[in-house]
Ligand binder design. Structure first.
Ligand code: FDA
Length: 310
């Protein structure tokens, strides 16, 4: 891991930085490249702009590791309200949530109660609920709660991280149960005992996992494979693999983040793939933004430039 990446990931976890970083005007300005605004209405506006391009949306209100149950409850209420609003407006926006934002660190069962309330509302409004994956300390409990949820609600998916050695085993269990999987490379700082330290190994594992996911599609048990990456080379490899396996272009669903690889998103739509863009909003964006910088440290240059821009 590069020194810059390590520093940025350490900043994302630092409480002092989490409080003060968002107050820096030039950081706020630079962060706008990755989020259309802090309000739900900003997300809806972005979703409205993407729809005519053939791109649907996944949305997330940024936040993680909440330390107060009242905050977790208010997050859950927010999602329930916006799910209703989306359902009645007939917009194609799927929620993606972090369990530590629903209070997982405070009380697992209370966190699950919030999660269940969201799943219930997502189900009632014909939506699909995605669960993000956080640090390795959260992986077991996230998978456990996702499986519990799936026993009651059919349209549930979870993120898996290709940088973890364990992921192929986790994937098999999810495919068996028809739980959707959004495969990503992984955004946190993890030790080499748990995660591949080399990017080339992560990329190769991503491809092998993707191939297994495409096989899982044949089970017809509701399993939904999604590839959450901006890596054009990897997407091309996965699409070629799908084609060789006799799958249709629409069987490859790619999710990307708002503000990254728009040209590639449009090219994929033109080629018949399904594309969704994850649009984030909310005021607690600092750690999330630091992880975006860590993914591509050249982005730090945009922060520097925004200091001098008029
Ligand atoms: P890689 O990092 O190899 O990037 C490939 C290319 O994409 C780069 O060369 C660059 O051109 C472009 N690119 C990538 N990141 C960029 C950035 N920040 N700014 C500008 N360009 C960039 N992680 C996690 O641990 N848990 C989760 O729940 C999620 N959820 C999630 C949802 C979705 C929809 C996406 C797309 C990603 C996540 N992630 C995540 C983040 C993921 O783990 C990973 O850190 C990023 O997607 C970056 O990795 P890539 O696959 O894009 O490849």
């Amino acid at each position: 891991m590069s020194m810059m990446r390590s520093v940025l990931l350490a900043m994302s976890e630092n409480r002092w930085m989490r409080e003060r970083g968002p107050r820096l005007w030039f950081v706020r300005r630079a962060a706008r490249a990755f989020m259309p605004g802090e309000e739900f209405a900003d997300m809806l506006r972005a979703a409205g702009e993407l729809r005519p391009l053939g791109i649907d949306t996944v949305f997330t209100r940024l936040g993680e590791n909440v330390t107060d149950e009242s905050e977790a409850s208010s997050v859950a209420r927010h999602y329930v309200d916006v799910l209703d609003a989306i359902g009645s407006a007939g917009i194609h926006c799927e929620p993606s949530i972090k369990l530590t934002q629903l209070g997982l660190d405070l009380d697992k069962e209370q966190g699950y109660a919030h999660l269940r309330a969201l799943a219930e509302r997502a189900h009632a409004t014909g939506n699909y609920l995605w669960i993000d994956m956080e640090q390795t300390s959260c992986v077991d409990v996230t998978l456990e709660l996702t499986k519990r949820l799936k026993a009651e609600f059919p349209r549930v998916g979870v993120c898996l991280q290709a940088y973890l050695y364990r992921t192929m085993d986790d994937l098999k269990a999810l495919v068996d149960q028809g739980i959707g999987v959004r495969l990503v490379k992984g955004a946190y700082k993890e030790p080499p005992t748990l995660a591949y330290p080399k990017k080339a190994d992560v990329d190769e594992n991503f491809f092998n996992l993707a191939a297994a996911m495409l096989e899982g599609l044949g089970r017809k048990n509701g399993f939904r494979p999604v590839f959450g990456t901006h890596d054009v080379h990897l997407i091309t490899r996965i699409r070629a693999h799908a084609e060789r396996a006799g799958l249709a272009a629409r069987d490859v669903e790619v999710h990307m983040l708002y503000g990254i690889q728009r040209g590639e998103q449009l090219r994929l739509v033109k080629d018949g793939a399904i594309v969704r863009v994850l649009v984030a909003y909310g005021s607690f964006w600092f750690p999330w933004y630091m992880r975006r910088l860590a993914e591509r440290p050249a982005n730090v240059w945009f922060v520097v430039k925004s200091m001098f821009a008029g």
